[in-house]
Design a protein around this ligand. Structure first.
Ligand code: NAD
Ligand code: UDP
Ligand code: UDP
Length: 317
């Protein structure tokens, strides 16, 4: 049994990580300030004596004794991270400093949830870890992208200067149950719109691409990375290389939900990357042949079923 701190544990990905690591017999501290996360995501874990929920903001120092730290705290949807961009940068930068200071003091292993956004609007395709990225430092996405890039710098420097045992994963677009219905990201938006029979909001011509992974595949990759050999610190891409256009995604969601929703076009947000696909050779090599197992149709069906239940419950309450 390990003592594990998960920051952002009440969020979409964090809640799945809490559940899985608890099931494997670990002692979990789930830390969150509930900016985008919700107690509902982890309510079913509260009866377990090995699960502890802490309300805390990682821009403030935090003290605990644990073996491992997964740092996921940070809003991830453009709508939310742009709501208070200064706070978003503080969360990535000051939050990382506090957690790295904690890891240093207690000699814990610490994993950073970085992002494919460090590649910005990429000029090489698919993206490999040695690509430095094409990021606008002063645009509307910068608080997130540059905050995460600075967090990677801090992780590397705490490793080099203070010998902290770090791990960095660059997560590509992920979807699944526990995404907030008003999260603003494309998969939850399209599914909720389709289930409600509302218009499906395509930004731009819909020909921009993304590669979506189901959350269980990501959680498996993150746990393998945390427990990989000490010398392998990353960064490593964790994503599903299956790339498609947002228009294709919209059509698939309409089909799988049997919806009458129509497609409408809204303006493309500024600095929206035109294409994205991970090269996952490094993850396969270093993480015991890790690769995504759940393909789009299956993952979408599970997510649709989650939102369907959520919306029917909302309707009856
Ligand atoms: P999410 O918004 O559902 O979860 C983030 C959690 O962090 C929320 O529970 C939120 O309340 C909490 N949080 C935010 N600021 C905080 C602060 N200052 N102190 C304490 N808690 C705070 O998003 P998610 O999709 O679960 O993302 C989790 C992590 O994975 C994030 O760091 C995100 O950048 C990264 N990531 C996600 C994706 C994706 O596609 N979902 C892709 C790349 C990277
Ligand atoms: N910190 C923390 N918990 C700890 C130890 C440190 O939150 O258990 C914070 C502390 O606020 C500090 C930051 O981590 O500002 C960085 O710590 P470090 O030891 O690297 O630097 P310093 O203490 O010199 O600022
Ligand atoms: N998008 C869209 N309609 C929506 C939400 C998003 O067409 O209702 C597009 C968005 O412009 C982007 C892609 O879908 O090109 C993925 O957006 P998301 O916010 O999910 O993730 P990110 O842009 O951070 O990869």
């Amino acid at each position: 049994m390990k003592r594990i701190l998960i920051t952002g544990g009440a969020g979409f990905i964090g809640s799945h990580l809490c559940e899985r690591l608890l099931k494997e017999g670990n002692d979990i501290i789930c830390l969150d300030n509930y900016f985008t996360g919700s107690k509902k995501n982890i309510a079913h874990l509260m009866d377990n004596p090995y699960f502890e929920l802490v309300r805390h903001d990682i821009t403030e120092p935090y003290y605990a004794e644990v073996d491992q730290i997964y740092n996921l705290a940070c809003p991830a949807s453009p709508v939310h991270y742009q709501y208070n961009p200064i706070k978003t940068t503080k969360t990535s930068v000051m939050g990382s400093i506090n957690l790295l200071g904690l890891a240093k003091r207690i000699n814990a292993r610490i994993l950073q949830a970085s992002t494919s956004e460090v590649y910005g609007d990429p000029e090489i395709h698919p993206q490999t870890e040695d690509y430095w990225g094409n990021v606008n430092p002063i645009g509307i996405r910068s608080c997130y992208d540059e905050g995460k890039r600075c967090a990677e710098t801090l992780f590397m420097d705490y490793h080099t200067q203070n010998h902290v045992a770090i791990k960095i994963v660059r997560i590509f677009n992920t979807y699944g149950p526990n995404m907030h219905p008003n999260d603003g990201r494309v998969v939850s938006n399209f599914i909720v719109q389709a289930l409600k029979g509302e218009d499906i909001t395509l930004f731009g011509d819909g020909l921009q691409t993304r590669s979506f992974q189901y959350v269980d595949d990501l959680v498996e990759g993150m746990i393998r990375m945390m427990n990989s050999r000490k010398e392998f610190i990353g960064p490593v891409n964790i994503g599903n290389p299956n790339e498609f256009t947002i228009l294709e995604l919209a059509k698939k969601v309409i089909k799988l939900t049997n919806s009458n929703s129509k497609l409408i076009h809204l303006p493309l947000p500024k600095d929206d990357p035109t294409q994205r696909q991970p090269n996952i050779s490094l993850a396969k090599k270093e993480l015991n042949n890790w690769e995504p197992k759940i393909q789009l149709n299956e993952g979408l069906l599970r997510t649709i079923s989650y939102f369907d239940n959520l919306l029917s419950n909302q309707a009856t309450h």
